[in-house]
Write a protein that binds this ligand. Structure first.
Ligand SMILES: Nc1ncnc2c1ncn2[C@@H]1O[C@H](COP(=O)(O)OP(=O)(O)O)[C@@H](O)[C@H]1O
Ligand SMILES: [Mg+2]
Length: 286
């Protein structure tokens, strides 16, 4: 009995324990699990293990296994049809795998979450084609991106808290569009629209950003700026970039993963993968 009292005393004193008891959460890995917060205590933010996806018998993903570190900037390359987009579809809940594991941090099973839940949990995806609101200013676009609930849009523009304004200023600085802030998005160059869209994703403060072919159609100058932007995001965010342009990949990549026929063909530094005979063969055969 005495030990039970001491246990209760301990529970009273320790607010973390109260929190867990209240939420009926289990202790795991010796630390607290916070609901809705991605658990990267092992240093990994994304676990993909033995993922397979078939379309009419064709294996778009075939036992794909890959891990992304918390705060990492990873580049994914691979010939057309390698499964890059399908991989992103599985991560974002758009496509369900036939088999395999996809976890966001230690605790969130992506294969059991809806697209909305996954976005809400902190995974943002930037598609190839920018989808900004052309008739709204840069500022308004960022403002609109803050509200997940689109019914509040009409009222939102009138009311914005100092904290929200601060967030917008911060994102504007990262995407380098401070001077264009009151111009309509339709007047932006292609590259600037891409940055605005990244900015719109950042308004939700995602932990993991998936970016599909960000520099297609960009000038060299815009590509350099995009490289700086993505490098800056790493650390605070984990970023996964699918890109065809090898010079661009070289300019940002620490670690490159080469996909081929739905599996990982090679992984390493840009020099390592470019000198890998299997990678050379796949690209020459394209
Ligand atoms: N919804 C789908 N239905 C049928 N086949 C698909 C579908 N999505 C992708 N595929 C096929 O799966 C393979 C991988 O496609 P994808 O993931 O788009 O490759 P990548 O993005 O690397 O070019 C391709 O052969 C593609 O034709
Ligand atoms: Mg693709």
């Amino acid at each position: 009995m005495e030990s039970l009292d001491r246990f209760r005393e301990f529970m009273r004193r320790d607010r973390t324990f109260d929190f867990i008891a209240e939420k009926r959460l289990p202790f795991r890995y010796g630390h607290t699990i916070q609901p809705g917060k991605v658990d990267t205590s092992h240093g990994t933010i994304l676990y993909l293990e033995n993922l397979s996806v078939s379309f009419d018998g064709f294996k778009a993903l075939n036992n794909l296994t890959m891990y992304i570190d918390d705060g990492e900037l990873r580049c994914i390359i691979g010939p057309n049809g390698a499964g890059k987009t399908t991989m992103m579809d599985v991560i974002t809940g758009k496509t369900r795998p036939d088999s395999g594991v996809a976890y966001f941090g230690q605790t969130m099973d992506l294969t059991r979450m809806s697209e909305f839940e996954i976005a809400h949990a902190g995974i943002g995806r930037k598609f190839q084609k920018p989808t900004v609101f052309p008739n709204h200013t840069i500022f308004e676009n960022l403002e609109l991106a803050m509200a997940a609930d689109k019914r509040v849009w009409p009222t939102l523009v009138a009311r914005i808290t100092p904290k929200q304004r601060e967030r917008i200023e911060y994102v504007l600085e990262i995407i380098g569009l401070q001077e264009q802030v009151h111009r309509p998005a339709s007047l932006l160059s292609h590259g600037q629209k891409q940055w605005l869209e990244i900015g719109m994703l950042l308004m939700q403060n995602p932990k993991l950003l998936l970016v599909d072919e960000p520099v297609t159609g960009m000038t060299h100058q815009e590509m350099d700026k995009t490289a700086e932007l993505l490098k800056r995001l790493a650390g605070d965010h984990s970023v996964v970039v699918v890109e065809h342009d090898m010079d661009f990949v070289r300019s940002i990549a620490n670690k490159v993963t080469v996909l081929h026929e739905g599996s990982v063909l090679a992984e390493g530094t840009m020099d390592q993968v470019q000198n890998d005979p299997r990678v050379i063969e796949v690209y020459l055969g394209e």
